[in-house]
Design a protein around this ligand. Structure first.
Ligand code: SAM
Ligand code: SF4
Length: 325
């Protein structure tokens, strides 16, 4: 499906819950989150319906995210059913990894193709601090288990000044020890993230280049979107940089997002989109729903406006845990 700017949109990210078993400082700080009533979350059947219709419009890759997707009942069956859709080539998940090891066999059997694990630090104490009390051990075990099982893994690391910038080189060394990709992400001014200072991609590259020569490479996955990839000479995995703030990637944006309450979002930043939940709960037919989705995709805005417009009335006030990242 092509949008009004000529971009091919073939990637849907679905937040299947706004709940989470961690309380990351920049996402869901303790005592300040309010979850939506359970009945407002899309049901698993409603999520599947949207996934199926978007796949008929050309979506080939679906990512399951949240909140924490592994706290939502029915995720395994959802992944299995989405994976069985005719046009779907890849089903992926973004998770904090806490419940990953115990669900890994079932996820792989259901057809999960790859997993992104969010890990901002390798230090047990700092992990506890950033995540509001989380235990890093099951996450590290899950990373190892994925590698053993041959499931493709990427680590997502949001870089924050005065928190994890001193660990950047440790993450680079990980890509020389394991065949896993590490992606450094600039903090976006969304929700509690506004209070943090990001390390920019250029700053991170300068720091890494003092010790390693970074060789430019392709992602190896042509549906991979905004990351720019490198490798060290001895690297088994790649090093990616996602730079929404310093190097806008909107020109090649190929994605739409479905929030936990069923809002089809045209762009991470803007409020624009369509409330599919209301339409579905009022009995819209598949034929009409597909037209609504088609129009919504077509009207994707050209770019986000994080730098100029973060306070404007048309920017979205949702938090990242409601959108899914
Ligand atoms: N709970 C899962 C996890 O943490 O992987 C999935 C949902 S979480 C909202 C998805 C990603 O968004 C995580 O990698 C998290 O670090 C990232 N994130 C949250 N707030 C952010 C912000 N303000 N800027 C950049 N990334 C953010
Ligand atoms: Fe939960 Fe993910 Fe947000 Fe952390 S980043 S609080 S793990 S949703």
């Amino acid at each position: 499906m092509i949008d009004q700017w000529g971009r091919s949109v073939d990637y849907l990210r679905i937040s299947i819950t706004d709940r989470c078993n961690l309380r990351c400082k920049y996402c869901m700080p303790k005592n300040s989150v309010r979850f939506m009533p359970k009945e407002d979350l899309l049901t698993i059947d409603e999520i599947f319906r949207v996934a199926k219709l978007t796949s008929e419009l050309g979506v080939k890759k679906i990512r399951i995210t949240g909140g924490e997707p592994l706290v939502r009942e029915g995720i395994i069956e959802l992944i299995r059913d989405i994976k069985a859709l005719e046009n779907i080539e890849e089903v992926c998940m973004t998770t904090n990894g806490i419940l990953l090891e115990e669900n890994l066999e079932r996820l792989i059997s259901a057809g999960l193709d790859r997993v992104n694990i969010s890990l901002d630090t390798l230090d047990e104490t700092l992990f506890r601090e950033i995540t509001g009390g989380g235990d890093i051990k099951p996450v590290l075990r899950a990373v190892e288990r994925c590698v053993e099982k041959g499931l493709k893994v990427k680590l997502n690391t949001v870089l924050m000044k005065n928190y994890n910038e001193k660990e950047i080189l440790e993450f680079i060394k990980l890509t020389e020890r394991y065949p896993i990709d590490v992606r450094f992400i600039e903090m976006m001014p969304i929700g509690a993230g506004k209070a943090f200072r990001s390390v920019t991609t250029d700053q991170a590259i300068a720091l890494i280049s003092e010790e390693f020569q970074l060789l430019h490479c392709e992602s190896g996955n042509n549906n991979d979107g905004p990351a720019c990839y490198y490798k060290t000479e001895k690297g088994l995995g790649k090093i990616g940089f996602i730079s929404p703030m310093s190097h806008s990637f909107c020109r090649s944006c190929n994605r739409i997002r479905l929030t936990a309450e069923g809002f089809l979002k045209q762009c991470l930043h803007w409020k624009k989109g369509k409330n599919l939940e209301t339409l579905m709960r009022h009995g819209i037919s598949d034929e009409d729903l597909i037209k609504v989705i088609e129009e919504c995709i077509y009207l994707k805005p050209y770019e986000h406006g994080f730098l100029e417009n973060s306070l404007s009335s048309s920017s979205d006030k949702r938090n990242m845990f409601q959108i899914g990242g």
